[in-house]
Design a protein around this ligand. Structure first.
Ligand code: NAD
Ligand code: TDX
Length: 341
């Protein structure tokens, strides 16, 4: 049985990854290490917090002492680093915390892997490190060889972390892999990001704020397909390699917003065009040929199915998002663990 550290496991993708591992891998034990920032929500792990194969530890990846103590105690076989500040708009307002968590936090984890001889460090990165593509060149895609060309403090911090990961591989032979995935969507997505924000605003008949002309293109992947890609990379990926992950599901933002409105039976008068995001990337599009060729990965969920499943999930899990909207989710840790500490 493998002992896996999942950092940032109370967030959107890390939380889905933990659910995925506990459901599909009876040979895994998981330790979730998460600082529970505004984006971390223990209710995302609510159903599995009592699972004997999961341990939750509250902590910050930039806290070297806490990270080393955990590695010493647990002797991890693998580390998957999801912990990050992840919202582009916040990085424009407050860049510093992005540099601290995303770059320095990654360095602490890499150092811990070297010190405790962890057999694999996996960095969860993003297609945003490649910058953007022009809208009038649909023939262009990001490959693993596309030069890094970042636009926002967020993407610059993620690219910096990737460079550090590859530098540790070359200098110290740290056994690393990196995945660079396109935009994810699905259950437990924090409602500051496009898809969950639009679903919730539509449900509450609030305006749907579309940046600029709404023609920016994102390449959407259902979160479970991303989780399966990471599982495959951990098992069969070559050390020192980068794998792009994406499913050729390019959509203009306005198209996504209209799809959601139609499916929820709401009118397009809710759409409100607002001031554009500064430095707004025009188009992301992943070429996933390498992960398909080497690891046999292909996405299993189409956008039509995935967006319907996502809307159904938000309709069935009102308490999860209502607690976020009211701020109550931030008391969950106290409620869950306060009596036990
Ligand atoms: P998220 O913001 O939903 O979750 C981030 C989690 O990390 C939260 O639980 C938060 O509490 C935790 N965290 C933040 N700072 C921490 C710290 N210093 N120490 C420990 N934990 C900390 O993010 P997400 O959307 O789930 O993204 C996860 C990872 O995937 C990120 O690295 C992001 O860059 C990458 N990624 C995201 C997408 C996407 O579409 N969401 C796409 C590609 C890559
Ligand atoms: O209110 C909004 N209105 C709007 O038009 C929001 C929140 C977003 N948008 C636009 C901006 C983008 O073109 O929608 C698109 C998607 O925006 P986000 O959901 O903020 O995602 P993005 O900026 O594309 O970044 C996401 O994908 C890559 C994740 O947040 C990153 O963590 C990941 O690395």
């Amino acid at each position: 049985m493998k002992n896996i550290l999942v950092t940032g496991g109370a967030g959107f993708i890390g939380g889905n990854f933990i659910h995925y591992l506990l459901q599909n891998r009876s040979d895994c034990r998981v330790v979730c290490f998460d600082a529970l920032t505004y984006a971390g929500n223990l209710e995302t792990l609510g159903e599995v917090l009592d699972n004997p194969r999961l341990r939750f530890v509250h902590g910050d990846i930039t806290d070297r002492g806490a990270v080393y103590r955990l590695f010493e105690e647990e002797g991890f076989d693998a580390v998957v680093n999801f912990a990050a500040e992840s919202h582009v708009d916040r990085s424009i307002d407050t860049p510093e915390i992005f540099l601290k968590t995303n770059i320095l936090g990654t360095q602490v984890l890499l150092d811990a892997c070297n010190k405790f001889q962890t057999k694999r460090y996996h960095q969860v990165s993003t297609d945003e490190v490649y910058g953007d593509l022009p809208l009038d060149r649909p023939d262009l895609f990001f490959t693993e060889e596309t030069p890094l060309h970042t636009s926002s403090p967020y993407s610059a911090s993620k690219a910096s972390a990737d460079l550090l990961v590859m530098a540790y591989y070359r200098t110290y032979s740290t056994p690393v892999t990196i995945s660079r995935c396109s935009n994810n969507y699905g259950p437990y997505h924090f409602p500051e990001k496009l898809i969950p924000l639009m679903i919730l605003n539509a449900l509450e008949d609030k305006p749907l704020p579309v940046y600029g002309d709404g023609k920016n293109v994102r390449d959407w992947l259902y979160v479970e397909d991303h989780c399966r890609a990471i599982e495959l990379i951990l098992e069969k990926g070559r050390v020192g390699e980068i794998y792009n992950v994406g499913g050729h599901n390019e959509k203009q933002n306005i198209e996504v917003v209209k799809t959601i409105l139609k499916a929820l039976g709401k009118g397009e008068e809710l759409i409100t065009f607002v001031r554009d995001r500064p430095g707004h990337d025009r188009r992301y599009a992943i070429d996933p040929a390498k992960i398909h060729r080497e690891l046999g990965w292909l996405p299993r969920t189409s956008f039509d199915d995935g967006i319907q499943k996502t809307m159904d999930w938000y309709l069935k899990n009102r308490a999860w998002w209502e607690h976020i909207r009211s701020g109550d989710y931030q008391n969950y840790y106290e409620k869950q663990y306060g009596m036990r500490l």
